[in-house]
Design a binder for this molecule. Sequence first.
Ligand code: IMP
Ligand code: MG
Length: 194
Amino acid sequence: MAKVKKPTSSRAAGASRHPDIDSILFDGDAISARVKEIGRLISKDRAAEPFTLVPILKGSIIFAADLLREIECPCGLDFMGVSSYAGTESSGSPKLTMDLRENPEGKNILLVEDIVDSGYTLTYLINVLLSRRVKSVGVCALLDKKDCRRVPVRIDYCGFEAPNRFLVGYGLDYNESYRHLPYIGALKPGLLKA
Ligand code: IMP
Ligand code: MG
């Protein structure tokens, strides 16, 4: 008879620090607890009117997938993709790489972003949505690098304040690597190309 394997939690199994990571800022348990809190807040605030959750691809997918399972009121799901970063630098001029499937006119949209840095990406997306006559647009961001802001952005739900370091893991990448890490960590500075 085949032996039943003891299940290993993916969070525990992947939790040892990757050699390219300097320090872990938020581990899987801290993230999970905070995502639950944000889910509760959103469920309470938004129970009265339907809304559409719009994760911004690609960095927010893991956060958005976990958050969606913590939301207890009806909500739709659509996606927008945007790119503005090469390596660690914002070009300052974001471009849509993927647009919504549904017309957002008259809808309440809640954007889900992985991390806010200069604020250019969110400002651009909010303006795109307002020009399409949405009823409202809110922002839920997992991480906020407040000290890096170049343009002001209102964040309605924020997971954690973050330092001015380049962070990866839990969906966040550096040149498409490290998204799979089950925690958020700072990349070793020597690995960042100038
Ligand atoms: P902003 O336009 O400068 O606010 O940058 C926001 C976007 O840049 C986010 O959606 C991320 O994709 C990316 N980004 C900014 N800082 C980081 C970081 O520390 N790690 C990974 N991606 C980042
Ligand atoms: Mg992004």
